[in-house]
Design a protein. Structure first.
Length: 493
């Protein structure tokens, strides 16, 4: 890992020259006052750098992806008086119109687009909000960073470790303020819980457990619809080939689109990069983000669910760090814990004086009498998204690093992808098919898993069964297809 990637402080983003500095340096108070009070916004932005904001100026946003999470972000934006959406983009006409309906209730003027590159041509946009399927996060971020737009991007950061490195480089090279969608970091009770770990309130911690379980029926997400003509019609307006983008193109299926894309390995990593990116994020924060795993093991499979997903329905992943063990567990088909309760997600830090369990509902410390013990604590959870957006807005104006900056989200997503790579590296297919040339067959692994070693210096897997190491590295650094590239101008055909 480079020193730049390891730097996770609150250093300011050196974003050329900010508007306030421009005015101050010019020494023209009368001119500045005239510009601030009289000039039209487009004129003002043409005079001063486009990405730095005055204290009272509205932040103008472009929204790439107006599906479920995209509209949720629109809702948080529209609650505020200091942000104005001026452009929306989605390749699914229905979602685009749903987003437009939300915005039009407060702002009558905005543009609508089907191609995010067209949206980014709008020089008035200060920041973009990226809420696409996971495999588009990278290209949208690379284009937006090169266009000088600050970025709010949903988690996980990317679909491959290679993408993560490219995104870190683009954000830093262009001095972009980047906030990841790991909003739990802004929750006061999560911050208090992490501080307790740092303060050794529960003693020394050598074990952290995370889990996310579901209560799906055995038919899962079903087999999806395959009538492409229906969904290409104007009422839906899907561009299937564009949606698939740089990955291996597959026949149309509605499950590979909208929400369910995350259960297909080409586009995402399943639950480990979905909820895991929230849970593992807090675990890494508490235990020290400068640490990298030494060994990773994964085991699981698609044992019970009868649908067309390619991610496992049962998964156990363990990361061995120098001084602690981190695990992630997912069952799609039964959320019950040993004591019989249903808890769909959680994080537990096990210390020598007690344990600390934290989730979105709050945190609880349960003392352990040995080693001096500690006092019990129980705190209820509170706001997450509203505080996370406030942090982003504050950083847009101050140029400070947000709480979930590019280094943070890259590190968390990389650890999640290590687990997926370890699973894929041992994939076994019922048909007898095999991983070949960096690609999985169009079939769900019946099971998977391997044990691998990670080299922080090279950012590669280096230890384990030779074939598993090769497959894991190919999956982590798989090449872009279909004319797309990680190097500018990002499209070669």
């Amino acid at each position: 890992m480079s020193d730049a990637e390891k730097n996770n402080g609150n250093a300011k983003q050196e974003k050329h020259i900010d508007r306030r500095s421009f005015i101050k340096a010019a020494g023209a108070g009368a001119f500045a006052g005239f510009a601030a009070k009289k000039a039209h916004a487009s004129v003002y932005k043409s005079i001063l750098p486009s990405t730095v904001l005055g204290a009272n100026e509205k932040i103008l946003t472009g929204h790439i992806g107006t599906g479920g999470m995209g509209r949720a972000n629109l809702g948080f934006v529209l609650q505020r008086d200091d942000i104005q959406p001026i452009a929306l983009c989605d390749i699914f006409t229905r979602n685009l119109e749903r987003g437009a309906q939300m915005v039009s209730q407060k702002f009558p003027e905005f543009s609508k687009h089907k191609d995010f590159r067209e949206l980014l041509e709008n020089k008035d946009i200060d920041a973009v909000v990226i809420a696409t399927s996971d495999h588009w996060h990278c290209l949208c971020t690379l284009h937006a960073a090169d266009a000088g737009k600050d970025i709010y991007c949903e988690k996980p950061l990317c679909t491959t470790i290679a993408e993560g490195h490219a995104m870190v480089d683009a954000v830093k090279r262009n001095n972009i303020v980047f906030q990841g969608g790991n909003m739990q970091r802004s929750g006061k009770h999560f911050q208090e819980a992490v501080q307790l770990v740092w303060d050794k309130y529960i003693g020394d911690v050598a074990r952290v457990e995370t889990w996310s379980h579901d209560n799906n029926n055995l038919d899962g997400i079903g087999m999806g619809e395959t009538d492409l003509a229906k969904y290409e019609a104007p009422d839906y307006g899907i561009d299937w080939e564009f949606h698939q983008g740089w990955v291996e193109h597959r026949p149309f299926n509605t499950n590979r689109w909208i929400y369910n894309f995350r259960w297909f390995l080409e586009y995402s990593g399943g639950k480990i990069t979905d909820w895991g990116a929230h849970l593992i994020d807090i675990a890494l924060w508490g235990m020290g983000e400068q640490k990298q795993p030494r060994r990773i093991s994964a085991q699981g499979g698609k044992y019970l669910i009868k649908d067309n997903r390619t991610t496992p329905d049962t998964l156990e992943v363990a990361w061995e760090f120098e001084d602690y063990l981190l695990t992630f567990s997912n069952r799609v088909w039964n959320p019950q814990l040993l004591e019989g309760t249903q808890s769909d997600h959680g994080i537990v830090f096990y210390g020598t004086k007690g344990l600390l369990r934290v989730d979105r509902g709050g945190y609880e410390v349960i003392p352990f009498p040995n080693n001096g013990g500690c006092e019990a604590k129980k705190v209820t959870g509170g706001q997450l998204n509203e505080l996370h957006w406030q942090n982003f807005v504050d950083c847009l104006k101050s140029r400070e690093k947000p709480i979930s900056n590019i280094d943070v989200l890259h590190n968390t997503t990389r650890v999640c992808h290590m687990g997926t790579c370890a699973y894929v590296a041992g994939a076994r297919f019922a048909s007898g098919a095999a991983f070949k040339d960096g690609q999985l067959p169009d079939e769900a692994p019946a099971s998977g898993g391997s044990m691998l070693e990670w080299d922080d210096a090279t950012q590669k897997f280096v230890g384990g069964a030779p074939e598993a190491v090769e497959i894991a590295n190919q999956w982590a650094y798989r090449e872009y297809k279909n004319g797309w590239s990680l190097k500018a101008p990002y499209r070669t055909a």
